[in-house]
Design a binder for this molecule. Structure first.
Ligand SMILES: [Zn+2]
Length: 236
């Protein structure tokens, strides 16, 4: 206990020193001072007010907002420019949206898991954005965080049909004792990845899955009526 308190004290002190030497910069606009600056936060609040992403009751999904504007820039900053601090802000948005949608931690959901990045992506980035957010959401909601999904390895991928591979990545589910699970994703594109991940979770013993994602691409982009912008191609 004493060691743990001392460790936490040293950690906080070290982070303050690091912040003083290298102040954080906004993941969206690059402004000094915060992981997501005040202006970008305001812009995201406005964005979330103006766009509805559908009813969670019908879909068992909580989607914070549309993958556009400042929200898209923060997500891309986290995923492609190593702004890991943005995960804290985004996980806060996720947790608030989950509670707002009426889910009761411990009753409707018993544990948190995530859609894992491929091993190659994880190595390139040095971290898995969805895992980072899932761990923070778990801490915020007071729920255990469990690694229940594993990306299919190259040998397993070879056994999948061309259509299956075209439809999204393959997953294996690890057996879990939790029957009601919150599945964290960053950006929902066609839904194929979530369908594959949900299928693997069911084979692992999960009976109820609630998906929570930071953003979903606008329908007009998904349907090809508007070209994707920014780093979206990489995100897809
Ligand atoms: Zn900003």
């Amino acid at each position: 206990m004493v060691f743990n308190n001392l460790f936490q004290f040293c950690r906080r002190a070290l982070l303050q020193v690091v912040d003083a030497i290298c102040p954080p910069i906004c993941a969206a606009c690059g402004q000094d001072g915060a992981e997501v600056c005040r202006l970008c936060r305001c812009s995201i609040i406005e964005q979330l007010r103006s766009v509805s992403t559908g009813s969670p009751a019908e879909t068992n999904r909580t989607i914070v907002g549309e993958f556009s504007g400042c929200l898209r820039d923060v997500v891309n900053g986290m995923k492609f420019k190593n702004h890991r601090g943005a995960a804290k802000y985004l996980s806060g948005l996720l947790s608030r949206s989950i509670i707002h949608d009426g889910l009761v931690p411990g009753v409707d959901i018993h544990a948190v898991t995530w859609v894992p990045s491929s091993e190659r992506r994880r190595r390139e980035r040095g971290f898995d954005p969805c895992e980072l957010m899932a761990r923070m959401v778990g801490a915020q909601l007071g729920l255990p965080v469990v690694r229940t999904l594993v990306r299919a390895n190259s040998a397993e991928q070879k056994t999948r049909s061309g259509l299956e591979r075209q439809n999204g990545p393959g997953f294996r589910g690890r057996r879990t004792r939790y029957s009601r699970v919150l599945l964290i994703d960053d950006v929902v594109t066609t839904g194929a990845t979530l369908a594959a991940a949900s299928g693997a979770l069911r084979t692992a013993g999960v009976s109820h899955i609630h998906v929570a994602a930071v953003a979903a691409i606008p329908k007009r982009v998904a349907e090809g009526r508007e070209a994707p912008r920014g780093l979206f191609r990489a995100a897809a």
